[in-house]
Ligand binder design. Structure first.
Ligand SMILES: Nc1ncnc2c1ncn2[C@@H]1O[C@H](COP(=O)(O)OP(=O)(O)OP(=O)(O)O)[C@@H](O)[C@H]1O
Ligand SMILES: [Mg+2]
Length: 446
């Protein structure tokens, strides 16, 4: 069984934003004061809601958005809320611009590959699949070879059940990782593509539903055999297709590392193939979203490349985020708004985020505590709010987890002010974050 190589989600990075479930808009596209885990930032959220609608209606292709605002004002949070609103069928890829600079490939190649990860192709096909309700799932965990403090699944055994039968399978690490990333659990109905190893979650059976608010689709336990031919549609990305084709066209791929450059001929061939499928009516293009955080780390070459690539019909919607006012465009001596070249700025819709009021910071911290399942006492909450207001919101949010650990060492089920103070003294980020803020202010003034 050949397994899918690429797993684009990186759940660690999302953890600071796990309280964000959506944009929190009402039917009239107006932002509720608190909704989807987001507090305030009303205009930015409503603007983001319109963007989501345009993306869903296919009216955003090849265009871009810039989220601009001071550090910690929710740019990344709102971008992730957009991804939640788009649903799982529209690809959403998040990267930091720093990830384009690696020793493995040219930066423009890294950018191009990432852009193609954000374009989906929905294909209708008959596949050999395993389908059923998960009745048992056990991981065989081993220490991560690169980071022994972490454990990763080396393999897993899974039992799938239909109304007719039950079968048990063992799968390798790549499929096991997909189970993990997708949060597959007992009671889920899933489909595993036998050939590619792609795992799709169909929904939950009513027995697997734990809470009313989960918002997952309730489905029946499937009929018939676990293993069968099934006509179904699935979404792959252009990058998946590029890689598959590259792998087929060279025996060297057996020995090469995971990430490498892809020939432009291969990409052209894939584009032709996809256009053919579209003409035959078996495929459909879904422009997804590429969110590039820390945009100031992009240099002139990357900007120029991206600007050109955005003109292609196979371009994703680009969301950039910048916390710089006026800044030098990397790789040049030119100073430009947000450090972004003017020709690119011209094609971006700009959404700004504003600094928070004290009561909003308090609400954000409360929301975050509730999501983490920790109880904070009134005074401790005030203290955290102070920190969020005077230092930075991110720092205040980061202190919640250690403060909660410290409260446990006192055998208290509640964070109190002393716990916050202790956490603050142990994890001093003040000088760094205030230096950062100063830099921001200077940039704003210059
Ligand atoms: N309006 C909000 N409602 C709820 N949580 C928020 C809101 N704004 C920010 N947060 C949370 O505060 C923290 C900092 O926000 P975020 O990382 O989105 O800021 P940012 O604007 O991207 O900052 P930077 O410019 O430094 O990247 C995150 O944990 C985020 O989830
Ligand atoms: Mg950010």
């Amino acid at each position: 069984m050949e397994e899918i190589r690429e797993i684009t989600q990186k759940f660690e990075r999302y953890s600071a934003h796990s309280h964000i479930t959506g944009l929190g808009l009402d039917e009239g596209m107006r932002a509720k004061k608190i909704g989807g885990g987001l507090v305030g930032q009303i205009k930015a959220r409503e603007a983001a809601g319109i963007i989501v609608k345009m993306i869903k209606d296919g009216k955003m292709a090849g265009r871009g958005i810039l989220m601009a605002g001071p550090p910690g004002t929710g740019k990344t949070a709102i971008a992730l809320a957009i991804s939640k609103e788009l649903g799982k069928d529209i690809p959403f890829v998040q990267v930091s611009a720093s990830e384009f600079y690696s020793s493995e490939m040219k930066k423009t190649e890294a950018l191009y590959q990432t852009m193609r990860k954000a374009i989906g192709v929905r294909i209708r096909d008959t596949r050999r699949v395993l389908e059923g309700e998960v009745v048992e799932l056990d991981y065989n965990m081993v220490p991560n070879p690169y980071n022994p403090t972490q454990k990763v699944p080396e393999s897993a055994t899974i039992t799938l059940a239909t109304k007719k039968e039950r079968r048990r399978f063992s799968v390798g690490s790549r499929i096991a990782l997909q189970f993990m990333y997708a949060g597959i659990a007992k009671g889920d109905v899933i489909i595993i593509d036998k050939e590619t190893g792609r795992v799709t979650k169909v929904g939950k059976t009513s027995s697997g539903k734990r809470f009313d608010i989960e918002g997952e689709e309730i489905v029946d336990v499937p009929d018939g055999d676990v293993e069968k031919d099934k006509e179904y549609t699935y979404v792959v990305t252009l990058h998946d297709l590029d890689e598959a084709k590259a792998r087929r066209s060279t025996i060297l791929s057996l020995f090469s590392s995971e990430s490498r450059e892809i020939d432009n001929e291969i990409r052209q061939a894939v584009d032709e193939q996809v256009k053919d499928w579209i003409e035959q009516g078996v495929a459909e293009l879904i422009p997804g979203v590429l969110f590039i955080d820390e945009t100031h780390l992009m240099d002139i070459e990357l900007f120029a490349f991206m600007n050109r690539a955005m003109e292609s019909e196979m371009s994703p919607i680009i969301i950039l985020a910048s916390n710089r006012g006026f800044a030098r465009i990397r790789g040049t001596d030119v100073v430009s708004p947000h450090g972004i070249p003017l020709d690119l700025l011209d094609r971006l819709l700009i959404i700004t985020t504003e600094p928070y009021e004290r009561d909003e910071i308090r609400l954000i911290i409360e929301t975050r505590c509730a999501e983490m399942g920790v109880v904070v006492d009134e005074k401790a909450l005030e203290k955290l709010t102070d920190i969020g207001y005077k230092n930075s919101l991110r720092y205040a949010i980061q202190l919640i987890a250690p403060a909660s650990e410290i409260s446990k060492t006192r055998n208290s089920g509640k964070i109190e002010i002393e716990d916050v103070e202790r956490a603050e003294s142990l994890f001093v980020d003040v000088s760094k974050s205030s230096g950062y803020l100063k830099e921001w202010e200077e940039k704003m003034l210059s």
